[in-house]
Design a protein around this ligand. Structure first.
Ligand SMILES: [Zn+2]
Length: 409
């Protein structure tokens, strides 16, 4: 992972992403290099009475820039804690809070689909930011005018935390304001539809933000625009899939064992590649034994496994040498969404579908390399299977799960 843990607050791990280490000195530099202009704004707007001569001498601009940048990111952590603690109050576990290039991310393992809960979780962050801004202003107010540096940092944080709250409330899904918008839309329509509408508004905002960033030569704004656009698309797709795949199981969309092409461990890599080419499959379960003594699943071999062997050596290597024996499996009655999430989590293209119930009743030997919970191979589910099924559901609006008779529609 590119991030490391720096501590724990309220039982939630706080992590720093490596990109954050780039952005912290950059922020310190940007604040330090504009210190006089910012001090003038604070003097005009808040009657700060900051003596610009003291804060611009020697290393002072850079020290104050660093202090303000750190203060800003403390504000971001508090903002994310606002979201996290509200979510936890509703019973959603929080994995971590990570500081990265564009601020903070609170990672939830699941998101609420109840609009009231989402609304409260989304507004909690900006509310905390406003409170941090007000708190900074109160401290600024009681700090004597002789301490120009401290007044500069506090005045700066007062303004910026409020600005952060306002910026986050832009209806650019998946930013906070966009989540508020989705929550409000979800009052009157299905969750997936509300998400798609909020995501469209979010993408539109991202395009405007990006154009504005280009015109203003603001790289950070362009970066945020890209991030918003991609995040809005992917979250909308995920929610749409989840809605489309409601009640669809792995068993409904997998390639069943009868239709499955398998290879033996003795097959050479050269033969395997030839078969992949003619059958246009890129992954095969590796099966040992025959129909008489019972077939045993011992591994999975994919095109990328085969490609690791040098072309000139492909005659000398067999499937057994290159196959994966650490198998990721799933049961046929699992949700299709679970399969997608598991593939994404392990960054793999296919899962073996095994029936653990069938396995427990059968007492025959099995591959030692397989894990304890592995049972009989009943099929294989690939990303392609899932995407094809998703296309069909999207275009036809239905999927006909033949395997579950008696389903009430
Ligand atoms: Zn937020």
């Amino acid at each position: 992972m590119r991030s490391f843990r720096i501590g724990t607050l309220f039982g939630i791990p706080i992590k720093l992403d490596l990109t954050f280490l780039l952005v912290l000195p950059l922020f310190a530099y940007l604040i330090g290099s504009q210190i006089e202009a910012v001090a003038d704004i604070l003097n005009d707007g808040l009657a700060a009475g900051i003596d610009t001569a003291t804060i611009t001498s020697g290393l002072m601009p850079w020290l104050l820039g660093l202090a303000a940048a750190i203060g800003l990111f403390v504000g971001v952590v508090l903002h994310e804690l606002g979201h996290s603690l509200t979510a936890r109050r509703y019973g959603f576990p929080i994995d971590s809070i990570t500081l990265w290039l564009f601020g903070g991310i609170a990672a939830f393992s699941e998101m609420p689909e109840d609009w009231r809960q989402e609304l409260n979780i989304a507004v909690a962050g900006p509310i905390v930011s406003v409170l941090v801004g007000v708190g900074s202003y109160a401290l600024f107010f009681v700090t004597p005018e002789s301490l120009s540096g401290v007044r500069f940092v506090l005045g700066y944080l007062a303004v910026l935390n409020v600005a952060l709250a306002v910026f986050n409330m832009l209806p650019a899904f998946p930013m906070d304001g966009g989540r508020v918008l989705r929550a409000l839309l979800a009052r009157g329509r299905p969750y997936a539809q509300a998400t798609q509408q909020a995501a469209s508004v979010g993408k539109l905002f991202a395009v405007f933000m990006g154009l504005f960033g280009l015109l203003a030569f603001n790289i950070i704004l362009i970066g945020v625009a890209f991030f918003v656009y991609i995040a809005a698309s992917s979250e909308a797709q995920q929610v749409t899939m989840k809605a489309a795949f409601q009640d669809v199981t792995v068993g409904d969309i997998m390639t069943t064992a009868e239709d499955l092409h398998t290879v033996e461990p003795e097959t050479t890599v050269a033969e395997l590649i030839q078969r992949m080419f003619t059958e246009r499959h890129t992954g095969y379960p590796v099966v040992e034994g025959d129909a008489f003594e019972g077939e045993r699943l011992i591994g999975l071999v994919t095109l990328s496994d085969a490609r690791e062997v040098d072309p000139v050596e492909r005659e000398a290597y067999t499937v057994e040498d290159v196959m994966t024996t650490e198998l990721q499996t799933i049961t046929p009655d699992s949700d299709a969404m679970t399969a997608i999430e598991r593939m994404r989590e392990h960054d793999i293209g296919r899962l073996l579908v095994v029936d653990s119930a069938a396995h427990r009743s059968a007492d025959r030997p099995r591959g030692e390399t397989l894990r304890e919970d592995d049972g009989d191979l009943v099929g294989l589910i690939s990303r392609t299977d899932v995407m094809t099924a998703f296309d069909i559901v999207q275009q036809s609006g239905v999927i006909a799960p033949s395997s579950r008779p008696g389903r009430a529609d």
